[in-house]
Write a protein that binds this ligand. Structure first.
Ligand code: MG
Length: 115
């Protein structure tokens, strides 16, 4: 399924359950953050090697949390008319200005740390 079809699938799922009433911008943002943290939780207290092993052995759990994040992102963008593709395209233009390759190549500094 493409992004539009997934958005419609989620919309239909929520309409059948009368969940629109629970999907304020605030609560969807909280849901997005919560699911992001559930993804993070999977790797808590693990070093880099343990994280790689965890991913190899628990791929479904990681995929499920990524799907939860995507669900909230698509739901929020659908209800509040955010064109995710356009927003990302705009943000990448900003990122090109914020992180000129001549200054940041091979560095992981934040934009305000290399000036
Ligand atoms: Mg989850």
């Amino acid at each position: 399924m493409n992004q539009k079809e997934l958005t419609e699938l989620i919309r239909h799922f929520c309409e059948e359950r009368d969940w629109d009433q629970f999907h304020s911008i605030k609560d969807l943002s909280i849901g997005l953050s919560t699911e992001s943290n559930e993804l993070l939780q999977l790797f808590r207290f693990k070093d880099e090697k343990q994280c790689e092993e965890y991913l190899a052995n628990n791929r479904k759990k990681v995929e499920d949390e990524c799907a939860d994040v995507y669900y909230y992102l698509l739901r929020l963008s659908d209800l509040y008319n955010i064109d995710l593709n356009q927003a990302l395209e705009n943000k990448m233009k900003d990122n090109h200005k914020k992180y000129p390759k001549e200054l940041v190549k091979g560095k992981n500094l934040k934009y305000n740390e290399y000036e």
